[in-house]
Design a protein around this ligand. Structure first.
Ligand code: FAD
Length: 387
């Protein structure tokens, strides 16, 4: 039976990035239920990075991730993961105060959103959308390449990945004994990076579920006339009812839905697709020629919609790393620094208790400190609030 220092459940962007960071310091195993990593939320995103992501609580992390994403180190390939896109927030005259409130909130955080005439940024926009704010920094993220780069870095550091290995049980017998469809694995620290399955995975390890709720988000790929050129920005309704952006000559559209779901292989509901198209037609005068693709994914949130990562107070050697809501990739490099550091520190202590965690982000620090006083199951979670 194989024995590891750190066993990570889930090889999405959270699990893969953590594995990459801790692999040089520990024997690491990633366990993935699917036949390939990235099948769930990581492979289904709208793939944009925005300074305003996640609201004011999270936005400092998004900003802190920018230098890494735009100028990654050689070990991550050295080529930017971001392509400039720009983000246009639109509103009708009656909703002017929504845009003003948004601009004020982010001005306090040092993010400048400038007034713009929305029609000049998005040709075909209906005249009733007369109010606009412009964020030039918003970018597309090459999610597939970012995820692959984390996996490759993890592998080069010696981490192993086992796929088709749904975890069905985990017991603490001095160390963790993890039962999967592909066999049994042992480790000193168990990391819960299971995304929408964060709560069930916590429970099967005897750790406390913290009430992570998966919320379904629908995406539709349309062929429109005139074609969606690369010059279009990400266009976001100030009231959060839809967003759309160009993608390889097509349009990616979301009704910005958040439908509570059980953890599952999420599929789009026809009604949500119809709602998305209806919202688009209320915004632009383009002709919809074809619905080419539709998909849905689960964005998972703790009750306060903030990131969760730290050792479970009741289960020794168990770390939760859960990304909350709207906020996957932007924060990932920073969270990994914190999560990876914790996992390594925990392993180093002979009493099995975690050292004080390192993190860059106050809300998480306080949550982590509470959890790590007694240390046990590490969960690494990612936040998703709006994308
Ligand atoms: C439609 C949509 C659009 C989005 N748009 C954006 C965006 O534009 N920008 C942005 O930053 N973020 C966006 N997000 C959010 C982002 O995709 C997620 O925050 C991120 O991918 C979460 O990564 P993860 O690794 O935590 O979860 P996942 O990618 O879901 O990975 C969790 C993994 O754990 C595995 N697993 C679960 N249970 C078990 C088990 N028992 N045993 C073994 N393995 C298990 C699963 O198979 C899965 O592969 C979007 C999300 C969705 C759904």
């Amino acid at each position: 039976m194989s024995r590891y220092d750190i066993v990570i459940i889930g090889a999405g962007i959270a699990g893969a990035s953590l594995a990459a960071r801790v692999a040089p310091h520990a024997r690491v195993l990633m366990i993935e239920a699917e036949t390939q990593p990235g099948y769930h939320a990581t492979g289904r995103s709208a793939a944009f990075w925005s300074e305003t992501y996640g609201g004011p609580d999270i936005q400092p992390l998004s900003i802190a991730s920018h230098p890494f994403l735009i100028d990654p180190p050689a070990e991550m390939g050295g080529e930017s993961f971001l392509t400039p896109r720009g983000q246009l927030f639109i509103a009708a005259r009656a909703d002017r105060q929504v845009l003003d409130g948004f601009a004020e909130t982010f001005a306090a955080a040092g993010v400048t959103l400038t007034e713009t005439d929305p029609a000049t940024r998005c040709p075909g926009l209906r005249p009733e959308w007369s109010e606009g704010l412009w964020d030039p920094t918003c970018s597309d993220i090459d999610v597939a390449r970012l995820h692959a780069a984390w996996l490759a870095l993890a592998r080069r550091g010696g981490a192993e990945l086992v796929c088709s290995a749904n975890v069905t049980g985990a017991k603490r017998e001095g160390h963790w004994r993890v039962e999967t469809r592909a066999g049994v694995f042992e480790g000193d620290v168990l990391v819960n990076a299971a995304g929408a399955w964060a709560d069930p995975v916590a429970q099967l390890a005897g750790a406390s579920a913290i009430g992570v709720t998966p919320l379904r988000r629908t995406m539709v790929q349309l062929r429109v006339d005139p074609p969606a050129t690369a010059a279009l920005p990400l266009v976001t309704d100030a009231r959060d009812r839809f967003y759309f952006k160009p993608e390889a000559g097509r349009l990616w559209l979301s009704p910005h839905d958040e439908i509570p779901s059980i953890p599952c292989d999420a599929a789009p509901d026809e009604l949500d697709v119809a709602i998305a198209i209806d919202k688009l037609q209320s915004a632009v005068d383009w002709r919809i020629e074809a619905v080419e693709r539709k998909w849905a994914g689960l964005r998972s949130f703790a009750p306060d919609r903030k990131p969760v990562y730290g050792f479970d107070p009741a289960r020794a050697g168990a770390l939760l790393v859960r990304r909350a809501g709207r906020f996957r990739h932007p924060d990932c490099p920073r969270r990994v620094e914190a999560g990876g550091g914790d996992a390594a520190a925990h392993r180093a202590r002979p009493d099995g208790r975690a050292s004080r965690p390192r993190t860059l982000f106050d809300p998480a620090v306080s949550r982590l400190n509470g959890w790590t006083r007694r240390a046990a199951l590490l969960s690494f979670g990612l936040r998703n609030e709006g994308a």
